[in-house]
Write a protein that binds this ligand. Structure first.
Ligand code: GUN
Length: 279
């Protein structure tokens, strides 16, 4: 039976560290949060991030904009926040309404305030191993592996998903930790044969019960990044938890696994930004 990785407890520990260090800053760290439109999931995520800021002693500046906001208006706001010394980090919640250009928005955020680590400059720094910020979800997964002393060096790692936010940077961080990494996606042939080789399997594809027990090697570490809703509207991941838990050595639950860690790593990035701005 797998040991459960307690993301909630570890996130609380990380946030406590952030709170202690944030209190030592000369001025309060600040995060500007931009939410455009009415996406219900985005509203929940943003509320969670603002709550985390309050718990960590970080100021949050909330910018809730209407659905009809134009590209020019959004870019003008980002410019203002780029120039505002009270703002250490800028987070524009994705996805944006269809008429807005996400890439242009990501590129407009000053890299030293890009606490999501989405800007190409920061992505590039991560790839060459000189990171300023790490992308929150993959960084949270790495923190979990570290906390539970799960070895990565030389291990077969399989990442399901190749998004810019999770899959690609996850594969990169595992590579930098000396894992042997395969990235799989919707076009991968004979997927189960590849996942069965994994010592560490990270799933980030967003399909309920996609990862079944026959896809998992005995004793594998299974990390479930997804936040899906099952047919009853219950929050669940990609992994068929009940079937995979007996086979894995470690497993993350959903909820209470990767999700809280993503939020905690955002707090750490804001702290880093504030420390850099005050150095
Ligand atoms: N949408 C889903 N996840 C994220 C995230 O980590 N950051 C931002 N800005 N938007 C998201």
């Amino acid at each position: 039976m797998a040991k459960r990785i307690d993301g909630k407890a570890l996130a609380a520990k990380v946030k406590e560290q952030v709170r202690t260090e944030a209190a030592e800053l000369r001025r309060e760290a600040g995060l500007a949060v931009i939410l455009v439109g009415e996406n219900p999931a985005s509203k929940v995520y943003v509320a969670g991030k603002e709550k985390d800021c309050a718990e960590c002693g970080i100021r949050s500046f909330s910018h809730k904009l209407p659905e009809e906001t134009t590209q020019e208006e959004l870019l003008a706001l980002i410019q203002t926040l780029n120039d505002d010394p009270a703002v250490d980090g800028i987070l524009c919640q994705l996805p944006l309404p269809k008429h807005l250009d996400e890439e242009a928005v990501i590129n407009a955020i000053r890299p030293d305030k890009d606490v999501d680590c989405f800007h190409p400059f920061n992505v590039g720094r991560m790839v060459i191993g000189e990171p300023v910020f790490l992308p929150c979800t993959p960084a949270g997964v790495m923190e979990m592996l570290k906390e539970y002393e799960i070895p990565i060096q030389g291990k077969r790692c399989v990442v399901l998903g190749r998004s810019n936010i999770v899959g690609k940077p996850m594969s990169m961080l595992l590579t930098q930790a000396d894992g042997t990494v395969t990235t799989c996606h919707s076009r991968t042939e004979d997927l189960a044969a590849i996942t069965r080789e994994a010592d560490i399997l990270v799933s980030a594809i967003g399909k309920t019960r996609f990862v079944t027990a026959d896809m998992v090697k005995e004793g594998a570490v299974v990390i479930d990044v997804a936040m899906n809703r099952d047919e009853n509207g219950k929050l669940c991941g990609d992994v068929d938890f009940a079937a995979v838990e007996p086979k894995a050595s470690y497993i993350t639950p959903v909820p209470g696994g990767v999700g809280p860690m993503t939020r905690a790593m955002l707090m750490r990035n804001i702290l880093t930004a504030a420390q850099n701005h005050q150095a």
